[in-house]
Design a protein around this ligand. Sequence first.
Ligand code: CTP
Length: 405
Amino acid sequence: MLTGKRIILGVTGSIAAYKAAEIVRRLKSANADVTIVMTKAGMEFITPLTMQTLSCNPVYTETFVLQKDSRMAHIEVVKAADLFLIAPATANIIGKIAAGIGDDILTTIVLSAKCPVLIAPAMDSDMYENPIVQRNIAFLKERECRFIEPEEGELASGIIGKGRLADVDKIVSSVIDILVVKKDLKGEVVLVTAGPTREYIDPVRFISNRSTGKMGYAIAEAAKSRGAEVMLISGHSSLQRPKDVELINVVTADEMREEVMRNIERATIVIMAAAVSDYRPIKVSQDKLKKSGKDISMGFTEVPDILSEIGRNKGNRIIVGFAAETSDIINNAMYKLKEKNLDMIVANDVSDTDAGFEVDTNIVTIIDKDGIVAKLDKMPKKDVAHRIFDRIVNFKRRHLDSILR
Ligand code: CTP
């Protein structure tokens, strides 16, 4: 399964370091090319000789080592890597990574890594629960590091608590999840809307909102990477067109509605991530409005709600809406889920500085019509996009099962 994948395995000074030998063995039997990097403390628990023998590659333990051609070894190693797994990871190494410290081979490599970083902590439960350690973990999660939660059980100190390195099976399957992209949307046609709409007042002025399209574009990319055919209907956005996705640009809510209706027949999954205007000016001036020296007021009329319209004629499609809220998030989202006849709704608090508009992260709760509520931590929008599809795939499977039963 991992043929052609290059994995760096970082081993740090935890009693669980001996389990790193089994991790290498398992990754190697899945055909991965594994290179080991060890901290000094890691070498107190397991020898580089063991790791070298199992990995069949040189083990890196020193920062200042030149290769035959005078290139820094650690820089070359990380350039080619598909994944950097750190297992076991101590509180110390997590703290250093969070602080941007590079004072040994392992931390130096993490600082220059462009590949995904997956961290499996192992430590005493008092350390794991320490608010500083938890803050470091939360901080790194926001910056695209992924974590495999430690398990509860008897620890080296004799205490029973959470801190034991996750099971090797779980670590290996997390690696596979990251490196082997699921194609579980093969055969699906996903229609995604993204970005803001603009409602013109005159030829140069419009009302709009702060949406940038980041969430919708991340959804389109995730759907594509999981094997779907994707149509992206986007309001104004300066984001790059996602690769191999059909992009349809629109400006106003009416145009967005028209394009959604024109393309919906082909869609098996619809995700309305766009921030569509609710109102437009009743009268659009053909000429630029001039200053009059007096206050002005303007009449607005409601624009049709696209999601409600497709919810009324949904057929077998899965329809997912977003709920942009600033208060009573879950209740408001549940109301929209029911009112618009949706299968799922993604609720987010757009007043939070790290969620909603203009930022790369989001904090969402996904609610489906079966009443399953999943509150997600703060994470990059591209991870949110994958979580939404995980839930859609699950939802489809559940409903298919109940039809077949
Ligand atoms: N939506 C839509 N057409 C509109 C307005 C909204 O299809 N004219 C969709 C959005 O794309 C989103 C969902 O409806 O998926 C909810 O949008 P939101 O702005 O949160 O709520 P509204 O239904 O517009 O209600 P309100 O603004 O009163 O909260």
